[in-house]
Design a protein around this ligand. Structure first.
Ligand SMILES: *[C@@H]1O[C@H](CO)[C@@H](O)[C@H](O)[C@H]1NC(C)=O
Ligand SMILES: *[C@@H]1O[C@H](CO)[C@@H](O)[C@H](O)[C@H]1NC(C)=O
Ligand SMILES: *[C@@H]1O[C@H](CO)[C@@H](O)[C@H](O)[C@H]1NC(C)=O
Ligand SMILES: *[C@@H]1O[C@H](CO)[C@@H](O)[C@H](O)[C@H]1NC(C)=O
Ligand SMILES: *[C@@H]1O[C@H](CO)[C@@H](O)[C@H](O)[C@H]1NC(C)=O
Ligand SMILES: *[C@@H]1O[C@H](CO)[C@@H](O)[C@H](O)[C@H]1NC(C)=O
Length: 227
């Protein structure tokens, strides 16, 4: 099986973005200090052995999802090639569930981590759900299981760029209501502020040999697939 990158901070790619921006704006070569940086191991109760993650958990879990006090669901299939954090535990939702992240206004990278295993009382192939970030639908009728089968990845990372207002971000997981036993799940969530490269530069999207200019709107969400 192919492996997407593990649960690693975004900062490397962020620094890369910052470097590109500095190169373009000759007078400004400062790095970009991310205002918000959240790394949430969703299934953890805070008792993990990884000091850094457990610290993050203790600080943030009650803040973003006060109702999730218990330990999450253990993946039934603990594939030894899959990193323990954040993949081997998940939050499983059989009705809509919202994480509320207080964030500063502006564009954020949002990364969602999915390990489509069987979870207690939930077969992998019954996970079928929508994910919304505020008013924007990131996933609709999403089967992490079928997607990972199709791509031959053990786990999936979904990356988005979303524009957030000063009120923060509500991230909602909603099982579809037309499939019996449907449920939603999530293993890890990562959010980090990014420079608003889309409002200052009009990116050139190259299609074939003809460059075509696209204006990126503030309220667009962008999506990148890693596995
Ligand atoms: C950027 O770097 C150049 C070369 O090191 C330096 O001369 C310039 O003062 C720096 N600009 C800022 C804003 O720090
Ligand atoms: C996107 O972010 C920018 C900068 O924070 C803000 O001016 C703009 O109103 C936002 N747009 C939306 C649709 O939230
Ligand atoms: C899911 O897998 C179970 C067991 O393999 C099977 O009985 C069931 O029909 C499958 N459901 C779907 C929706 O594919
Ligand atoms: C919804 O997802 C399921 C599982 O991947 C698939 O069988 C079904 O065709 C999808 N429905 C639509 C309308 O895409
Ligand atoms: C089930 O609901 C999802 C999302 O609400 C929709 O995309 C899908 O087409 C529906 N599937 C069927 C078989 O109606
Ligand atoms: C998030 O949801 C809560 C509860 O529904 C609501 O009070 C709050 O205004 C929402 N925040 C945003 C940014 O939409």
């Amino acid at each position: 099986m192919k492996m997407p990158p593990p649960f690693l901070p975004f900062l490397t790619s962020l620094l890369l973005v910052a470097a590109v921006i500095s190169a373009e704006g000759a007078e400004d070569n400062s790095t970009f200090p991310p205002r918000d940086y959240i790394l949430l191991d969703c299934g953890s109760s805070g008792q993990t052995t990884d000091a850094r993650r457990s610290d993050l958990e203790r600080r943030h879990r009650s803040k973003y999802a006060p109702s999730l006090n218990s330990v999450g669901s253990q993946a039934s299939n603990q594939d030894s090639s899959v990193p323990q954090y954040p993949y081997l535990t998940a939050r499983v939702f059989t009705s809509p569930f919202t994480y509320s992240f207080p964030l500063g206004a502006g564009r954020k990278y949002l990364r969602l981590y999915f390990y489509p295993s069987d979870y207690p009382n939930h077969a992998a192939n019954d996970s079928l759900f929508a994910v919304t970030a505020g008013p924007i639908t990131l996933h609709h009728n999403f089967s992490a299981y079928q997607t990972s089968l199709a791509l031959n990845f053990a786990y999936l990372i979904r990356e988005f760029s979303v524009n957030v207002s000063s009120a923060g971000l509500n991230l909602t997981f909603t099982p579809v209501n037309n499939h019996s036993n449907s449920y939603a799940f999530i293993n890890g969530i990562e959010i980090v502020s990014m420079p608003d490269i889309f409002s200052t530069v009009t990116p050139l999207l190259i299609t074939g040999t003809t460059p075509t200019e696209y204006q990126i709107q503030d309220d667009w969400a962008m999506k990148q697939f890693t596995g």
